[in-house]
Structures are given as structure tokens and as C-alpha cells.
Design a protein around this ligand. Structure first.
Ligand SMILES: [Mg+2]
Length: 179
């Protein structure tokens, strides 16, 4: 079925830091292509967080490469990524596959070697599925609010999720274990 093929994520997690070296090894992946807004940080936030910094250093220590692939503009993406010394692509036009291909090229990886992280079905997951072979991981949005374009996408997204859930084709969200 079309919905399942293009919109059903391979995994659904509560927070980006559930992607660790154990996860990457289990799925034979060595790099991450990640969305920025509402995936790693609130869409309207200017500053990065301590949590995010910790996760990024963890990735570095474990030789897991990461690149940011964002539909947002140059100013937003560049200032954020330069401060954290991250590779990036702005105005990616997800769900088109071109940006994903560029990201793979910058990482020097093939689709079967990467995890794609994102909070939106209509851009991150659809783009991943069109590309194929990447492991598409949906992340619960950092905040409940969105920019205008995203609000429109969310309208369709909610309907698709409902339909997939009714067919048991939508993964359960894996939650962080609270200590
Ligand atoms: Mg996003």
C-alpha cells in the first residue's frame, strides 16, 4: 500500500539521543542525516542545548558521522551548525531526494549506511522512503508548535498517521526509560 510504503517510519522514538552506538551497530549504520527544527531543537530556538551538545560529542567519540539536512534558510541553519561545528545543507527541499543525495555525498556514505532522523512525515520520512534503503526514524517533535509551512503539513500528517495506525502499520513510539 502506498501510505505504508512512503509514510511508515522504520522506527519512532521519543528523543534523538535514543540513537546511540548500540542502535547504529544493530542496524549496520555508521552515519546520521538529521533534520534540525523540532528534531534536535525547538523550531524557534536560537541556542543549542546542553543535551544536544552532549549527544553530539558522544557521536564524535563513537565515530558516528552526522550532517544536518534542513528545509530552513541559510541564516538559520548556518548559524546553528557553525556554532556546533556540524556539516549542513540548508533549503534542502525535502521530500525531494536531491538534498538527501547531497548529504550522502558529503558523508561519503551509501543509503544503506545511514539513519535519517526527522520529526515530519511529509518531509523527512517521505523523502527517506523515496530515496530507499536509509533507515527512516521519526522523532517526537521537540515542541508542540510549528512554523506555518509545518502546520499545513501536520494537517495531512495527522490523517496519514490515523490511517496507518488503524492498519497497524505505524510503529509504537519507543520512550526513554526514566531513571
Ligand atoms: Mg523538523
Amino acid at each position: 500500500m502506498v501510505l505504508r510504503k512512503y509514510f511508515s517510519p522504520d522506527d519512532y522514538i521519543e528523543k534523538y539521543d535514543m540513537i546511540d552506538s548500540e542502535y547504529m551497530e544493530r542496524h549496520n549504520r555508521t552515519a546520521i542525516i538529521s533534520d534540525l527544527d523540532n528534531t534536535l531543537i525547538s523550531w524557534d530556538a536560537k541556542d543549542n542545548t546542553e543535551d544536544l551538545k552532549n549527544w553530539l560529542s558522544y557521536l564524535k567519540e563513537n565515530n558516528i558521522d552526522i550532517i544536518i539536512l534542513s528545509n530552513n534558510n541559510q541564516e538559520r541553519v548556518e548559524s546553528f551548525c557553525k556554532a556546533l561545528d556540524l556539516k549542513y545543507i540548508f533549503q534542502a527541499r525535502k521530500p525531494l531526494t536531491k538534498g538527501f543525495e547531497k548529504a550522502l555525498e558529503k558523508l561519503g556514505k551509501k543509503p544503506g549506511q545511514v539513519v535519517v532522523l526527522g520529526d515530519q512525515l511529509m518531509t523527512d520520512i517521505l523523502g527517506s522512503k523515496r530515496l530507499g534503503k536509509v533507515r527512516a526514524v521519526l522523532v517526537k517533535p521537540v515542541t508542540n508548535t510549528d512554523g506555518l509551512n509545518t502546520r499545513i503539513n501536520r494537517f495531512f500528517e495527522a490523517r496519514i498517521i490515523d490511517k496507518l495506525k488503524r492498519n497497524n502499520e505505524f510503529p509504537q513510539m519507543r520512550k526513554k526509560i526514566k531513571i
